[in-house]
Design a protein around this ligand. Structure first.
Ligand code: CP
Ligand code: NVA
Length: 322
C-alpha cells in the first residue's frame, strides 16, 4: 500500500513547527533513539534520497544527517560549493528546481537565510536548514531534546515539553545564529532566555523574528545572566563567515568565557551546553566543558536522533505506533 505524501513543509527556522509538533518530534526522537541503541532495523525511508548541500564546513551536521539517512534505509548525495555549479554562480532557484526533481529531501548549510528561503521557494521537496548566518534550528532541536532527556520525567513515555516551562536558559557570548534560534524556541515553548553579549554583538528581536520580547532578558554582565539559570550555553566568538572580524572579536569577547564562577551562580543542577566545535580557553573553560555539568557529547549525538525524527516527519507525516 502506498502512503499519500504529507503536504510540502520546510524546516527553515524553529518557527516552522508548533509546540504540539515539537512534542510529537521529541517523542519520535526518543523512540527512534531507543531503536538505534537496541540495533533494531527501521527503514521507513527506503528508496528515499537526501541531498546535502554544504557551503560551509561541518562535522556533526554532515555525519548526523548522512548516518541518520542511511539508518532509515535511504541514501544521500553530498554537494559542496566547490564541487558543484553552485560555486560557479548557477542561480539558486535553478539549482532548487533541478535538485528537487531528483531527490526527496534537501538539507542546506549556507550563508544568508534569504538564500535557503529562495531555494525552498523553488523546491518540490522539503528543505531543512543545516545552519545559516541567522538560524540553526536542528541544533536547538537537539539541545532541547537533550534537556528533556536530562531534566524530563525519565526516558520512558514522558518526553513532553513540561520540563521546559518557566525555565531559564543563559546565553553567553555572540548574538548569533544559535542565540536567535534560542529566542525563537523560548517564544514557542514558554521559557526565558537571559542574554549577555559584548556591546555591538547584541541579539535583535527583529533579526531573530520574535514578537514576544518578554521571553528575553538582557544583562550587561555574564554573571548576572547566569544567576539561577537551569541551562548555561555559549558558542564560538567568531562564527563561520565572520573570520575577518576574528582579532576584533577576540578583544571584545574576552570577559564572555563561561567558567566555574558562572556555573556556580546558576541553579545547582544547571546543565552546560555548547553546539560545538568549541575553543577551550575562549568562550568556555576546559573545567566547564569537560566538567560534570556538561552534556555536550549527548547534545552532539542527539543531532542524529532528532534529525531522523525530523526527516521521517517531513517525508511521512505523523506515523502511528512505536
Ligand atoms: N554543531 C554543528 O552544527 O556542528 P558542525 O559545524 O560540525 O556541523
Ligand atoms: N555559530 C556557529 C555555529 C557552528 C555550529 C557558526 O555559525 O559558525
Amino acid at each position: 500500500m502506498t502512503m499519500p505524501a504529507p503536504p510540502l513543509r520546510h524546516y527553515l527556522s524553529f518557527q516552522d513547527f508548533t509546540a504540539d509538533e515539537y512534542a510529537y518530534l521529541f517523542e519520535r526522537s526518543r523512540i527512534i533513539k531507543k531503536r538505534f541503541k537496541n540495533y533494531e532495523k527501521y527503514h521507513p525511508l527506503a528508496d528515499r534520497t537526501l541531498a546535502m548541500i554544504f557551503e560551509k564546513a561541518s562535522t556533526r551536521t554532515r555525519v548526523s544527517f548522512e548516518a541518520g539517512m542511511y539508518q532509515l534505509g535511504g541514501s544521500v548525495v553530498h554537494l559542496t560549493t566547490g564541487d558543484s555549479q553552485l560555486g560557479r554562480a548557477e542561480p539558486i532557484e535553478d539549482s532548487a528546481r533541478v535538485i528537487s526533481r531528483m531527490v526527496d529531501l534537501v538539507m542546506i548549510r549556507t550563508y544568508e537565510q534569504a538564500k535557503i528561503e529562495g531555494f525552498a521557494a523553488h523546491s518540490r521537496v522539503p528543505v531543512i536548514n543545516g545552519l545559516t548566518n541567522e538560524f540553526h534550528p536542528c541544533q536547538i532541536l537537539a539541545d532541547l531534546f537533550t534537556f528533556i532527556e536530562h531534566r524530563g520525567k525519565g526516558s520512558e513515555g514522558n518526553q513532553g515539553l513540561d520540563c521546559l516551562h518557566g525555565k531559564t536558559v543563559a546565553w553567553i557570548g555572540d548574538g548569533n545564529n544559535m542565540a536567535n534560534t534560542w529566542l525563537q524556541a523560548a517564544e514557542i515553548l514558554g521559557f526565558t532566555v537571559h542574554v549577555s553579549t559584548p556591546s555591538g554583538y547584541e541579539v535583535n528581536a527583529a533579526l531573530a523574528r520574535i514578537k514576544n520580547t518578554a521571553c528575553v532578558k538582557v544583562f550587561n554582565h555574564p554573571m548576572e545572566a547566569c544567576a539561577g539559570a537551569h541551562l548555561v550555553t555559549t558558542d564560538v566568538w567568531t562564527s563561520m563567515g565572520f573570520e575577518a572580524e576574528n582579532e576584533e572579536r577576540r578583544k571584545a569577547f574576552i570577559d564572555w568565557c563561561v567558567d566555574e564562577d558562572m556555573m556556580a551562580v546558576a541553579a545547582p543542577d544547571a546543565l552546560f551546553m555548547h553546539c560545538l566545535p568549541a575553543h577551550r580557553g575562549e568562550e568556555v573553560t576546559a573545567e566547564v566543558i569537560d566538567g560534570p555539568q556538561s552534556v555536550v557529547w549527548d547534545e552532539a549525538e542527539n543531532r542524529m536522533h532528532v534529525q531522523k525524527a525530523l526527516m521521517e516527519f517531513l517525508l511521512l507525516g505523523r506515523v502511528g505506533g512505536g
